[in-house]
Design a protein around this ligand. Sequence first.
Ligand code: GLC
Length: 555
Amino acid sequence: MTDENAWWKEAVVYQIYPKSFNDTDGDGVGDIQGIVEKLDYLDDLGVDVVWLNPVYESPQEDDGYDVSDYRAIDDRFGSMEDWERLRDGLHERDIRLIMDLVVNHTSDQHAWFTASREDPDGEYGDYYMWMPGEPDDLPNNWGSCFGGPAWRYDREREEWYLHLFDPTQPDLNWRNPDVRDEVAELVDWWLQQGIDGFRMDVINFISKPEGLPDGDPDQDWVGLDHFANGPHVTEYLQELSERTFDQYDAMAVGETPNVSVEDAREYTGDDGPLDMLFHFEHVRLDFVEKDWWDVGDWHVRELKEVFSRWQEGLADEGWNALYLDNHDQPRSVSRFGDDEQYRYESATALGTMLLTLRGTPFLYQGQELGMTNYPFDSLDEIRDADARNRVLGALDAGKIDSFESVKDVVRYRCRDNARTPMQWDDSENAGFTDGSPWLPVNPNYETVNAAAERARDRSIWTYHRDCIALRDDHDVLVYGDFDHLVPDHEQVFAYVRADDSERVLVTLNLTAQDALVELPVSGAVEQLLGNYDRDETDLASLTLRPYEAQIYRLS
Ligand code: GLC
């Protein structure tokens, strides 16, 4: 939905993965009280919104994306009173709170599913995507996101059920109006608890097409074209938004795999049900033929092409959600930057891009510290259902003979790269826990940690704080137009953000080599922020050092 000016357009969002943020009770798993203890940290950084990954009651087969009770806080994370303390502590600091809405599927331990599998004719019988059939005859060829078929045969009900993710995550049947009522009620319930919106998990998967047709078998995720952006998705979301989000001034950001800019205009434009959405184009650049197992090179020009196309495509209608990291992606400094020699330079250059493009920036915990990927050595160190299912499935099917043979690709892609504990200081377990952490702490914690980073001269943390403050002070960085310069340049991403009162130039060298660029803009420049000192700037012939980022006011 496009509102001219809106709080969620002006906000910088900070995503917290509670399991790995801060543990206060020594069980090795982060908790809500742990976030409460770090509220001043968030306030100092200057973020406006916190997005909390799922903290609902859950068996944690997919780290909380398998919800067994939407209205209860999981014991591992604390109590409802802890959650209220968090909400109030954030609000006292003028930080809003959004939660994660996981309603494409539930956990198989949810009471609805238990009832549904027990009694096909009962109240909950039609809450899920059940299909009749023989145990050896899959209803269609759709695949699960985490590998293997998207169907499981349930011996109790003697039918198949659909699970686009893990078998413990059965898909809800949104065709059933009772399911839509349940979802509206739970959304409303949370909004009444005082939250400020939701991030909506794989929300464009909720409408499956009539007849559940087979997908193209050569697709990496078979069936995706059918279940993404299905026939009734806009209608269902519109209905939900009218009943809930619209009644509050709440923010709705959809996670939406397989969307084009065109789709995004519909979802987030004037009549669309969402405020903004996460697309996946830039995080697919390092896939070969969309194949998870094949890591390819990405090029600066492609990255620029994706971002500028989305900037331009949503210039008049809709709104961008901007991200480089989240709990499902490897660390951006390891992926798009250089996590060794140029860790400071590349982390800050990427941060500059995130915070100066047009859209709402989403920072993920640890990104402000330049946290890096983890050197996984064995499958035992990995909890991520995605990587585990894929590796175990491939071992089972005899496609690979050892973890060792795919170690490099798993290390690169594994979602646990983002989920290792937050590195607070150089004490044991990086100050995350007094117990034994649920995932290993990155061995680089003695140098990469919040305390050290905040104290350093060339500090990734301070740079992010300053860049957030700059965005707060310059409306043009929120609402101004985006004008892409030198689109064909192989190393430099440069653009001007402009409104009636100001023009701001951003120049980013996204490579580890010097880059010479001639920028087609003139006028005097005043440096607003940069990750290198610079005395002189000649826009007609500018040499940017490795990962140099500069933000200038043009006059
Ligand atoms: C989304 C979540 C991811 C989860 C999946 C299934 O992609 O971000 O973590 O595994 O949905 O809920």
